[in-house]
Design a protein around this ligand. Structure first.
Ligand SMILES: [Zn+2]
Length: 351
């Protein structure tokens, strides 16, 4: 099947958008991170994604589809499989004319603590993210990173510093909260993270332990958990002697702590690393692989391994600066997508 990227993935033969970044009548939404959502008239999503989408943007007509439930649209069938990225994040399987097309959305293959376990979905055509598609991005065991997080928190307390953990408000922070609670820490949670924690709980994810809304004037003995965007807020300035721990896959890069201006960056990622991206592309059995959201080098790497691979889309930040083209479908664009803040884009890319 022909696959087009034009501010979203478009499948012209079945007139279907996936994670459209322009406003559409209808788009599949793989998950509710800022660089995958837009004010569409209607969406197809898992119940958890639709709930978070509604929280982050607005109520929208949503066709809800549980994982493994197949919806027949007449000329194609659609099934969601867990992507393991954030709660409700889905890979989309399209079956059309005997062909199986899978769009991974953002995904990881390491099973997390706070979302559904991922799996490799066999297909003929694979459209895969490749955010960390360079060989030095092979992530350590999550358990190892969890231990590092606890060690840094303990060292901060011992040194009389206030541990402050930064993670993107959807997904990364819920994972970090589970880790911290599991290790017996008491956690003060920023309100934007707490709102998503409440949705996770509504969807059946338990957070057992001592956590409470963040009051920056009273954090004694608590680990502060906040989104990166909150760090320069007035309330956060009340926190004395902070020791800042940033959670991001970019922590594999030794220069990341300078880029994020933080004491340490730990590589807790909700994306697949280079090894898992390659494993998925090979194990899916796909005869054609399209890569996006990362660097073209990963598609080159796959071609060297004998896979017919093509890169569709540059990094999100670069995409935001790219002039819009007319959609190849010939549809008239209703309106340019709302301009996302650079911070949103960077945070999404670093999630
Ligand atoms: Zn994401």
């Amino acid at each position: 099947m022909r696959v087009v990227y034009d501010k979203g993935i478009y499948l012209p033969e079945i007139d279907l958008w996936l994670d459209a970044r322009r406003r559409c009548e209808l788009s599949v939404i793989s998950h509710a991170h800022a660089d995958h959502i837009q004010h569409h008239r209607s969406i197809i999503a898992t119940p958890a994604t639709a709930r978070i989408f509604e929280h982050r943007i607005k109520p929208t007509d949503a066709l809800l589809l549980d994982f493994y439930e197949t919806k027949d649209f007449g000329n194609f069938k659609l099934t969601f499989y867990p992507a393991g990225h954030v709660l409700g994040s889905a890979q989309t399987l399209i079956e059309h004319d005997g062909e199986r097309i899978v769009y991974t959305g953002d995904f990881k293959l390491r099973a997390g603590l706070s979302c559904e376990p991922p799996e490799i979905v066999p297909c003929d055509t694979l459209i895969t993210e490749c955010t960390f598609g360079q060989p030095h991005f092979v992530f350590p065991d999550d358990a190892h990173v969890h231990r590092l997080l606890c060690e840094h928190v303990d060292e901060a307390f011992k040194a009389g510093l206030q541990p402050v953990v930064f993670g993107y408000s959807l997904g990364k922070s819920q994972e970090a909260l589970k880790v911290l609670l599991r290790h017996g820490y008491s956690v003060a949670v920023h309100h934007s993270i707490m709102a998503i924690v409440d949705i996770y709980r509504e969807m059946g994810v338990a957070f057992d332990g001592d956590y409470r809304p963040l009051d920056c004037s009273d954090v004694d003995g608590l680990v502060v958990l906040a989104p990166p965007g909150a760090r320069n807020g007035r309330a956060m300035q009340l926190i004395e002697n902070p020791y800042t721990i940033y959670l991001s896959g970019w922590g594999m890069d030794a220069r990341a702590r300078y880029r994020y201006q933080t004491d340490v960056v730990l590589p807790l990622s909700d994306h697949a690393g280079f090894d898992d991206l390659e494993r998925y592309a090979i194990a899916s059995g796909a005869k054609k692989v399209y890569t996006l959201y990362g660097d073209h080098a990963f598609a080159s790497h796959l071609r060297q391994r004998g896979v017919d691979a093509e890169h569709l889309h540059p990094l999100p930040v670069m995409a935001a600066a790219t002039p819009a083209r007319r959609p190849s479908s010939g549809r008239r664009r209703v309106k340019d997508e709302a301009t996302m803040s650079l911070l949103d884009l960077i945070e999404s890319a670093t999630s």
